[in-house]
Structures are given as structure tokens and as C-alpha cells.
Ligand binder design. Structure first.
Ligand SMILES: O=C(O)CCC(=O)C(=O)O
Length: 267
């Protein structure tokens, strides 16, 4: 049997906050191979700060890097972590499919400790709905930093506990009329966003209903991360119900409900 990676505390945190951060879990060889492919593919010179600032805020590669093979190895490993929560043999098998998100420095401010660590000016959203509100279900996301991510360096930024609030909203209003414009009302001012920083090989496992965005980027180098989204085998049939019940179809999670009354308790 595969050895477990998540401790009981980490599992508890995932249920409560909707995410957990795992440090140094990916081998350097896998990270190096994946990073090399990204650097080969992006048009910018990653060391030319002025050109980076003048370029786009971000670029996204949806499985269309020159060589996706390194991502298969990565996804195989992430799949075992995801199974610890969703249940063994409950997810579709791993493949090489990955979204690589490169966020470029904006260069607007010097990076000092006085600047806020996180952003509320980003684009807080959840990922299970497309731009026209159509459902694009998946179960669990895994974001892997392929390079070090420093504070205010474009890190994935999360509103802890919002998976519960989004589910509540969808139960009340239905899944068909959802739009990400509603997210602002849901997070309100009660939850402080959390910016994930960490060295290459940091992995964030996150719930499909968790509100997130790309963080502000005042550092000098691009932020390079791989986003993998795993689906359950019966995802399509159960997607409406799953959007209202965060853990109903997660065999690895016994606790199916939480009664958070105050958003601050999630942070
Ligand atoms: O690049 C990031 O950190 C965020 C990307 C994101 O929010 C997404 O792809 O849904």
C-alpha cells in the first residue's frame, strides 16, 4: 500500500480551509525537466526584467508546451496525494494534461516589506464555471511551483474557507445562474486572502470550490506554476450535487459538513 503523505492535521486543514500546502515534495529532476520545457517555450528572455515588465501580465499554456512528458511524471505523483482525499480509484487516471501559468512582474512598485503581501485587486474566482457560467467540473486542483515564489512574487492567492461559502451560495441560488461576479459578495471583507509562497517543489492541493486568484507580482522573475485538475470518474453525473456539497463524493473525507460561522476562523 502507498505510504500516506498527508498528516491528520493537514487533512483537517484541507477540510476546514479548502487547501493544504505541501513543501519540497517533488524531486529536483522532475522540476528541472518541467521548468526547462517552459523556459524553451515562452517567448520572453526570463532574465530581461525590462522586457518582462513591458510584456503581458501572464501567459497560460494548456497542454501545449513543446514536450509534456515531464508533466506526466508530476501528475502521477500528485494523483496519489489527491486520492488520499478523494479516495483510491475514485479519480480518472493521471495524464500529462497540465495548465502552465506564467505570471510576469508588473514592475510598478519596488518590493518592500511595506507593500501588502496579498492582493484584493486581482480576479478572485472559482474554476468550475466557464466565462459564460457553464459548468466545467473537476474535483481537486494541484498547483506546483516549478521555481521559487517569494512574497509578492505572483503566488497563488487563496481565500481560505470559501469552498463552504460557495457551496452554501449554490445550494441557495442554484448552479445554473452562477457567475464569478458574485464572488465578491461571498468573500466580503470577512476573509483575508492568503498568498502561497515557497520554494520550487511546493504543492498546493485545493478544493474545486475555493476562491483564488494570481497574486500581485512585484518581484523580478516570472512566477512559473503547473496547475493540474483531477476529475472523479463519475464527475459529470454528479457535478450539480457536488457543487452544493463540498465533500459528499470524497471517499477519503469522513467529515461531510462544517458549520463555520465566522470567516476569520479559517485563516
Ligand atoms: O496563476 C495563478 O496563480 C492563478 C491562475 C488561476 O487562477 C487559474 O488558472 O484559474
Amino acid at each position: 500500500m502507498q505510504e500516506r503523505v498527508l498528516s491528520p492535521e493537514q487533512r483537517e486543514r484541507f477540510i476546514h480551509s479548502g487547501f493544504v500546502v505541501l513543501r519540497n515534495v517533488i524531486s529536483q529532476a522532475v522540476l528541472d525537466e518541467a521548468l526547462d520545457v517552459v523556459i524553451e517555450t515562452v517567448p520572453e528572455d526570463m532574465t530581461d526584467f525590462k522586457a518582462l515588465v513591458a510584456g503581458p501580465d501572464d501567459r497560460h499554456y494548456w497542454n501545449d508546451l513543446a514536450d509534456m512528458a515531464p508533466f506526466y511524471q508530476l501528475n502521477e505523483q500528485l494523483h496519489t496525494y489527491a486520492e488520499e482525499l478523494v479516495g483510491v480509484d475514485r479519480l480518472q487516471p493521471p495524464s500529462e494534461f497540465t495548465q502552465v501559468a506564467v505570471r510576469y512582474p508588473t514592475g510598478q512598485f519596488p518590493s518592500t516589506s511595506e507593500h501588502p503581501v496579498t492582493t484584493v485587486d486581482g480576479n478572485p474566482h472559482i474554476d468550475i464555471f466557464g466565462d459564460s457560467g457553464e459548468l466545467r467540473p473537476f474535483t481537486i486542483g494541484a498547483t506546483t511551483y516549478l521555481d521559487d515564489v517569494h512574497p509578492r512574487g505572483g503566488g497563488l492567492t487563496i481565500w481560505p474557507g470559501t469552498h463552504w461559502r460557495v457551496a452554501e451560495y449554490l445550494s441557495e441560488h442554484g448552479v445554473d445562474s452562477y457567475s464569478n461576479e458574485k464572488v465578491g459578495d461571498m468573500i466580503g471583507s470577512r476573509t483575508t486572502p492568503f498568498e502561497v509562497t515557497g520554494s520550487a517543489g511546493t504543492v498546493v492541493l485545493w478544493h474545486n470550490l475555493l476562491v483564488h486568484t494570481g497574486g500581485c507580482h512585484l518581484e523580478r522573475e516570472p512566477r512559473i506554476a503547473a496547475f493540474t485538475r483531477f476529475r472523479r470518474s463519475n464527475e459529470t453525473k454528479t457535478s450539480h450535487d457536488a457543487a452544493k456539497n463540498p465533500f459528499k463524493y470524497w471517499d477519503g473525507v469522513k467529515q461531510k459538513s462544517s458549520v463555520p460561522t465566522d470567516g476569520s476562523s479559517f485563516a
